[in-house]
Ligand binder design. Structure first.
Ligand SMILES: [Zn+2]
Length: 132
């Protein structure tokens, strides 16, 4: 579940604007650039926007994640109320060598030791890809 906010929309518009203005200025400074050079300059800017948007969408998921912990998850094995056990923090590298940071809560059963992510079962973030 993704929650959109005006703040998020404003930030994304600003990111898009930065790409437009940045490319315009770059083009004026490099009037004889080849198609390949233009492509590289554009990819560099788009990669930054892509990483920030990806992180924002993941943060919106985190809001849902925290809400899931508040709802008092019960152990699927024995029915005991589970306890929050901190957060898993992962730093990933995505397209264009951009870094994004993801967090999600982990819950453990005090009775039988079963552990899970309330927001996403037992799914794991594997390597460079996010699997849900
Ligand atoms: Zn249990």
């Amino acid at each position: 579940m993704v929650r959109w906010s005006d703040e998020l929309e404003t930030r994304w518009r600003q990111l898009s604007e930065d790409v437009l203005v940045g490319m315009k200025e770059w083009r004026l400074a490099h009037p004889k650039a080849t198609l390949r050079e233009i492509e590289a300059a554009m990819d560099e800017r788009l990669a930054k926007v892509r990483a920030r948007m990806l992180e924002d969408v993941a943060l919106a998921s985190r809001a849902a994640d925290l809400a899931a912990v508040d709802e008092r998850v019960r152990c699927p094995q024995c029915g005991q109320e589970m306890e929050a056990r901190g957060q898993e923090v992962r730093t990933l590298t995505t397209t264009g060598d951009q870094t994004i940071t993801l967090r999600r809560s982990y819950a453990v059963c005090p009775s039988c030791g079963e552990g899970l992510f309330p927001s996403g079962g037992k799914s794991r973030i594997v390597g460079r890809h996010i699997r849900e």
